[in-house]
Design a protein around this ligand. Sequence first.
Ligand code: SF4
Ligand code: SF4
Length: 397
Amino acid sequence: MVKEIIKMEPDLQAIKEIQAIGADTLKKCYQCATCSTVCPLSPDEAPFPRKQMILAQWGFKERLINDPAIWLCHQCGDCSKYCPRQANPGEVLAALRLSVIRELMPFKFLNTFYNNLWGFPILFLISLFFILLAAIGTFGGIPNFFNAESFPYGGPSYEIWFLHLPARILMIDVVFIPLTVFVIIILLSAINRIWNFYLDTYKIPQAYRYKVWSILKVYLIPAIAEILNHTRFEKCEANKWRALPHKVLLWAFIILAFTTAIVFVMADILGFHTPWHPLLHPVKWLGNIGGLMLLYGIISIALGRSRAEVEKSVRTSYPDSLLIYLILFIGLTGFGIEIFRSIPSIKNATSLIYLIHLALVFILFLGVAYSKFTHLVFRTTAIVFDLYFKDITQKMS
Ligand code: SF4
Ligand code: SF4
């Protein structure tokens, strides 16, 4: 009997790409499996990250895209701490997540901008371009960014059907509604693709491939409860400190998203026009509480990371830094608008800070699909799949 020899070729280009976005230590791994043993989140039936290390060493991108385990990792650093070869498996998995985002998303040049320092000025110019275009359209020309009376709170008002919108609100809606729709559409398409990859990889029988609604109803709610409580995050040892600031940051985003939704309905649709008084309006109180939580969370993460870098339990790559500093400056400029507007001698600088704040928020919104921020969506998908898979495995056995 002639045995068939299967020759496997490494994908050198893929290996280089993975190494370039934070996995430069990848080749040090000699497959001892210490990482999978110490990882507090690795399940017995499908342990990680040793397997993912070898797949990455061969550049098997397809296999990595089909693997929910890379999203179940919370980058706690336990594995990196104990790895005898300093191969930094936690950081390699973080790089693999970025590589998967790149594979799944259309317009890959945007991903390149988010993963390289030189890309930031380009992102800033792209965001300014769209904001200025909308500002010129709604303010009837280039607004005066050195005069708080003309931008953003001056300018004409528009009657649109039953809406009565000042230029500022219309400008924000014209920019952010299409951006949000764009991000949602490409994310939904990516989730659909990745979910089908998981179903095929795990060879889920047709009888157990439930409809979307059943999956959401049965598994999404427990997954969200787990994420809100940071149940998995709190199992980490080496970087236990990360759980609390990360949780506070998540809740800050929820509060700020809720506040934005209220402002959208009250100001943009019902016509109770902003700015509201920061001390007298309850929506402002809520927004300020969310803003303070955001600053506490992100500053604690930045300081904790610096300490952890000294102890070598975490390494911070450019995409990590981008997200941290983006969130930090959004928080600072958000409060800056309120502070500058309330002090007459510096009031005119409000317009410029407002413009910078909007540009940074634009980059963050788009980054939900192209930066490290995407883990919010794909980790949730992987946790839902994890709960679903465990459940149907029990039912099938
Ligand atoms: S990453 Fe480190 S701990 Fe994990 S298998 Fe490789 S050498 Fe061992
Ligand atoms: S970083 Fe933490 S969660 Fe991720 S593989 Fe390593 S030990 Fe597991």
